[in-house]
Ligand binder design. Structure first.
Ligand SMILES: [Fe+2]
Length: 448
């Protein structure tokens, strides 16, 4: 008998590269907080280990095409049917849902100063302030753009949103998301996505927090196509992090708040519903650090369309026409020659809700500060203010690092309706459109 010498193989685990998380976007993950809690080779055994209940959560219809099919299997202490009781309506506060026509604001480009963080006790549930709504949550199209201001952790309280997927853009203060799928801790410049129907609570690890929140009524965010860019750059799949399983066994009263049909509903449970001991599947929360975005841009001339900065895209039924795109304007070099380097003047069928996480935005000299908002709705013209135009028209075109800046956009195919809260907020700038007043006539037919 021949003997084959097998060389020693050195192996290393990738688990723990970022402790507590698994790397990848939309993977089929599997994770267990107790050994053997996850059934091997099957989803629904006759009896689950540890006396757990098996349960599936579907984020897409059962028959969705494979590349859009989303579901996870959860192995939990109590099935979710024990997580609901008799629901009563509770105050929705300043959270609004499309269609929302509660206020008509005069047509125009709009901008807001940062929403102040009050001293009042505000949890995530009471700290959401809707700025715009678009589409119709009832037909699972469109979105809402919110600001959250949070001064208290949720205690003995859990929330889930049946109306949409939630995309948090952290601007100030860290957040800790204790979810059914595990724990996500995130800091400003990170985003966190909680799929529709996933239960969680939000805690403050280090004081009050403010940020932006996109509520996606439609199909889930996914990575955009890269086309000729190829297999790398923009947001790379390995930088998306999904938590490992973690559970709490807590048999004390817990409020469950559900957002359903634009209303908030409440019930009291005798236990924590964050009781998933193991899970597997591709429907799970995740986070991503926007500073890991590998930007691609012009190395010759002209300012490309901002779609080169797409981080995530939630598609609609029309190819290339997103229900929502998440676009960022990160640190990068500007090197284009013989080019007006800031964004050009434009009108857009898509509606642009923009926020600033830190630093300054290149097309604005003043008035747009971290935590602020601008809204350039469907077919409303916008572009650099007159100071930015003058500076960029006369700048020496040497390579320039746009450093210490991070802005983002929720861009949707639907017009965005401004809520009464946002339309009457003292932070609304009455003179925003004046920033273009200085763009006077320069035309001279004798000087080509
Ligand atoms: Fe724009």
């Amino acid at each position: 008998m021949n003997r084959i010498d097998i060389p020693a193989i050195n192996s290393a685990t990738s688990v723990g590269v970022t402790p507590g998380y698994m790397s990848g976007f939309g993977n089929s993950f599997e994770t267990e907080a107790l050994p053997g809690a996850l059934p091997i080779g099957r989803n629904s055994p006759q009896r689950c280990a540890y006396g757990l209940y098996a349960e599936q959560i579907s984020g897409s219809p059962f028959t969705a095409p494979r590349d859009a099919n989303e579901r996870s299997w959860l192995y939990r202490i109590r099935p979710s049917v024990r997580h609901s009781g008799r629901f009563a309506k509770r105050d929705t506060g300043l959270w609004r849902t499309a269609p929302c026509h509660e206020h008509e604001i005069a047509l125009g480009q709009l901008r807001w100063d940062p929403q102040p963080i009050p001293n009042d006790p505000l949890t995530f549930v009471t700290g959401v302030r809707t700025i715009t709504t678009a589409g119709d949550a009832g037909t699972q199209t469109g979105m809402a753009a919110h600001v959250y201001v949070i001064t208290r952790s949720m205690v003995d309280q859990t929330f889930y949103n049946a109306d949409g997927e939630l995309l948090f853009v952290l601007q100030q203060g860290a957040l800790r998301f204790v979810t059914e799928f595990g724990v996500i801790t995130a800091e400003p410049a990170e985003i966190v996505v909680i799929p529709r129907g996933v239960k969680f609570r939000v805690e403050l690890p280090s004081g009050p927090a403010r940020g932006y929140l996109c509520e996606n009524y439609g199909g889930a965010f996914r990575l955009p196509e890269r086309g000729p860019i190829g297999a790398n750059c923009l947001a790379n799949a390995r930088d998306f992090l999904t938590p490992v399983a973690a559970y709490e066994e807590k048999d004390s009263p817990t409020e469950l708040v559900v957002k359903w049909g634009g209303a908030l509903w409440t019930t009291t449970l005798g236990h924590s519903p964050l009781d998933v001991v193991a899970w597997h599947g591709n429907y799970a929360p995740y986070k991503y650090d926007l500073r890991r975005f590998a930007a691609v841009g012009s190395i010759s001339f002209d300012h490309p369309d901002p779609s080169i900065f797409s981080v995530l895209s939630a598609p609609s039924e029309t190819p290339g026409t997103a229900n929502i795109d998440l676009v960022i304007f990160p640190e990068r070099w500007a090197v284009a020659e013989n080019t007006f380097r800031p964004p050009w003047y434009h009108m857009n069928v898509m509606s642009e809700f923009m926020g600033l996480i830190y630093g300054a935005y290149e097309a604005r000299t003043t008035g747009f500060t971290p935590g602020g908002i601008s809204l350039h709705n469907c077919m409303l013209p916008h572009g650099p203010d007159h100071e930015a135009f003058a500076a960029a028209s006369n700048a020496e075109l040497k390579p320039v690092k746009l450093a210490g800046t991070l802005a983002f956009m929720f861009e949707t195919r639907f017009p965005q309706k401004v809520t009464a809260y946002a339309a009457t907020a003292p932070t609304l700038q009455p003179d925003y459109a004046d920033c273009w007043k200085g763009l006077t006539k320069r035309f001279d037919p004798t000087k080509p």
